[in-house]
Ligand binder design. Structure first.
Ligand code: BG6
Length: 471
């Protein structure tokens, strides 16, 4: 099994799930700062005193990033994905001038990543739009967000032009459909009916497509060798049976995700847009100049998160959350403790499908196993035994290698949550992904001590061998 020589191995986090320090040095409130139990819970209107909000302290990466990045270096990682919190740079999104203290923080963070031998991979917007923009404009439903985002992008591209080559504009943009508050800062409960909610979500998506095109244009102008990616949640979906109706319904649901990348990678709304959105499509405000931008500035690569797969039966109701669409469990697969079905071969399927469709390099920027790891004390030493995590990663790396052998170009693999962070879906700490355990619980108690898990040493060897030593 041979990975390309310059294959990027690393870890991925998001500012709002690890940094904490939610009001430090002028940071404004983001949509996540009023969510008590993750992206599916109902936001409070403002920060309430008697409510615990996990993002406020998170795992204190803001103050401890040197320690955490030293672990990443020890893992031999050569890339590290994190996001910039928009509200550290523009606290409400409306300011004319950026917050210098926020910019300085990311100067230090990016320098530390680079000094530890890693290439930064930076997400510009990862589920943390300024709360002010959500409340004033209902988030991306409004065209007003485009110039505000453009201003933010210009600031970070200019400031970090010598530090960052790899960028992702919006995290999991296709979650605008299933998680509109997190992905697009929309209060869906403002819609009077399902048709209005659909219109809101896809109007927001359209504004984000335009903003994405502007970011691609500007990124290329400011940073000559930059690579600006789009990012999809793309866990696998299979027909529940060979009944052609199940097969067709599965195709339709896949189109719901492809839709987003089709616009950003092919530069035009796909042929099935009207079918997918019905009357809603003609109700969207789509200007000719928007379409020109979208067609002229497409992304350089497709990045994706892949965690699991599910099966689809015609006529069934599906739900969606951080792991992707949830249908009926597949009897051939096992589950994580959070009910996510483990399907390594599904990753090979998804990589082939995306490469076949777009013919552009792919970047797996999230994959991982969330589990309720336990600390045991052995000979006076704290230890976390997580063989299930090793199994999960090994099998997914093998599947990724298989896709590369199939001819798919894969730029790299960043494991999600290489040190424990707050779960986006539920706001829990108990759902742990890391190679490094962090002592904090769901209620916010704990010393924040960092402890290596058994998977740490295993992963270190995997990366050192460029993915060949998986034993
Ligand atoms: C992705 C998100 O949807 O899934 C991450 O980009 C998130 O922010 C990850 O953390 C895993 O989901 P969860 O709910 O287990 O944290």
């Amino acid at each position: 099994m041979t990975f390309p020589k310059n294959f990027l191995w690393g870890g991925a986090v998001a500012a709002n799930q690890c940094e904490g320090a939610y009001r430090e040095k002028g940071k404004g409130l983001s949509i996540i700062d009023v969510l008590p139990n993750g992206v599916h819970s109902t936001p409070t209107d403002t920060v309430e005193e008697d409510v615990y909000y996990p993002s406020h302290g998170a795992v204190d990466f803001y103050h401890r990033f040197k320690e955490d990045l030293a672990y990443m270096k020890e893992l031999n990682f050569n890339v590290f994905r994190t996001s910039i919190a928009w509200t550290r740079i523009y606290p409400t999104g409306m300011e004319e001038e950026p917050n210098e203290e926020g910019l300085k923080f990311y100067d230090q963070l990016l320098d530390e990543i680079i000094n530890n031998g890693m290439t930064p991979l930076v997400t510009i917007s990862h589920f943390d739009t300024p709360l002010y923009l959500s409340q004033k404009y209902n988030g991306w439903e409004s065209r007003e967000l485009i110039p505000l985002f453009e201003k933010y992008c210009r600031t970070v591209f200019n400031r970090y032009r010598d530090k960052v080559k790899y960028w992702i504009v919006f995290n999991e943009i296709n979650n605008v459909h299933t998680m509109p508050y997190a992905a697009a800062a929309i209060r869906e409960d403002k819609a009077e009916n399902e048709a209005e909610s659909l219109r809101m979500r896809y109007q927001a998506a359209h504004h984000m497509f335009v903003a994405n095109a502007i970011a691609v244009k500007m990124g290329h102008e400011i940073i000559a060798d930059s690579q600006i990616g789009c990012m999809l949640s793309f866990s696998g979906i299979y027909p529940n049976s060979c009944d052609p109706r199940d097969v067709f319904r599965t195709l339709e649901l896949e189109q719901r995700s492809y839709f987003f990348a089709d616009v950003m990678m092919n530069g035009a709304y796909p042929y099935y847009a009207e079918k997918l959105l019905g009357n809603t499509f003609s109700q969207l405000e789509i200007l000719e100049e928007d379409l020109n931008l979208i067609s002229s500035y497409t992304n350089d690569y497709v990045s994706l998160s892949y965690y699991r797969s599910t099966t689809i039966k015609d006529g069934m109701m599906t739900t969606g959350h951080t792991g992707g669409i949830k249908g009926i469990d597949n009897p051939f697969l096992g589950n994580t403790p959070w009910g996510w079905q483990i399907d390594p071969l599904g990753l090979r399927v998804v990589l082939n499908k995306l490469y076949d469709r777009y013919g552009k390099k792919l970047f797996i920027v999230e994959n991982g196993l969330g589990a309720a790891d336990e600390v045991v004390v052995e000979n006076g030493e704290k230890r976390i035994q997580d063989p299930y995590r090793i199994d999960y990663i090994r099998d997914h790396i093998q599947a990724m290698a298989g896709a590369i052998e199939d001819g798919v170009e894969v730029l790299g693999y960043t494991y999600w949550g290489p040190f424990d962070i707050v779960s986006a879906g539920t706001g829990e700490m108990k759902k742990r992904y890391g190679f490094v355990y962090i002592d904090k619980d769901n209620e916010g108690n704990g010393t924040l001590e960092r402890i290596k898990k058994d998977s740490f040493d295993w992963m270190k060897k995997v990366v050192a061998s460029n993915g060949t030593n998986l034993s």
